[in-house]
Design a protein around this ligand. Structure first.
Ligand SMILES: Cc1ncc(COP(=O)(O)O)c(C=O)c1O
Length: 262
């Protein structure tokens, strides 16, 4: 028998409120079936986001104690900047308190009326920030990504044929950027292949379109590439991440996940 146990110990627990099916049905009705209007005390298992919903690692808690709160020039920032540069190869690193804050800044500058953002699937905060700035978000998930019962290795891919078709019929001037979300969280947390990212880059480059990565679960996505895509089995997760980010002009990231890697 193959027993898989979690490779960590959990040091703190938080009680959840138990309720009944009929209570939950009533709570949902009261919230007009809008999960954002549900009081979180009524939620037993929260699948709305994976941000901040899991335990922090001992290294993260220790890191908070070691953090330098200096108003400027903090060594914590330099450590963070160097780690991000090492993984992404990007030359400019801007810390924000959370993913949605970086999206707000990015789309206030690059978005606005008439601007279109195309993605495999935009996360809800990403779409909200695009629309709040006056732009439009378009999801182009691949065909197998729309079929939950069919197994496929990379169901988070963007439909590159649909992307090319869109560009052919609408032009590219109004496309502010193409955003590849790894993993594709709103598409069921499904991974995106390197081949798909590379092909998206090729299309973007051919039409002078900026390409971004929403990198919230980049390490898991790299793991799926390593285990499922030909040619990557012998590469390290870092090498795969380096290649993945090399195709992007920039990225935003919610770092409130993936605690074991940090
Ligand atoms: C793909 C994706 N993008 C952006 C965000 C927003 O990040 P944050 O919750 O840190 O604001 C999330 C959060 O779950 C996400 O999954």
């Amino acid at each position: 028998m193959n027993t898989i146990i979690e490779p960590f110990r959990i040091k703190s627990v938080e009680p959840i409120h138990f309720n009944t099916e009929s209570y939950r049905k009533e709570a949902l009705k009261k919230a007009s079936y809008n999960t954002f209007l549900l009081p979180s005390d009524d939620v037993m298992i929260d699948l709305l986001t994976d941000s901040g919903t899991s335990a922090m690692s001992s290294a993260q808690w220790a890191g908070m104690m070691m953090g330098d709160e200096s108003y400027a020039g903090s060594p914590s920032f330099y450590r963070f900047e160097s780690a991000v540069k090492d993984i992404t190869g990007m030359s400019v690193v801007i810390p924000t308190h959370q993913g949605r804050a970086s999206e707000k800044i990015l789309f206030s500058i690059t978005g606005g009326k008439g601007k279109v953002f195309i993605s495999n699937t935009l996360f809800d905060t990403t779409r909200a920030n695009i629309e709040f700035a006056g732009g439009q978000g378009i999801d182009m998930i691949c065909k197998e990504g729309k079929l939950p019962t069919i197994p496929a290795p990379f169901k988070g891919n963007i439909d590159t044929e649909a992307l090319e078709l869109y560009i052919k019929s609408h032009g590219a001037d109004h496309i502010a950027m193409v955003i590849i979300t790894v993993t594709n969280n709103s598409g069921g947390g499904q991974p995106v292949s390197m081949e798909n990212i590379r092909e998206t880059r090729r299309i973007c480059q051919a039409h002078n379109i900026t390409m971004y990565i929403d990198a919230c679960r980049f390490a898991e996505n790299c793991y799926f590439i390593k285990t499922r895509e030909a040619g990557y089995a012998d590469k390290t997760i870092k090498e795969i991440a380096n290649e993945m980010f090399s195709y992007a002009d920039g990225c935003t990231m919610s770092a409130k996940k993936m605690h074991l890697q940090i």
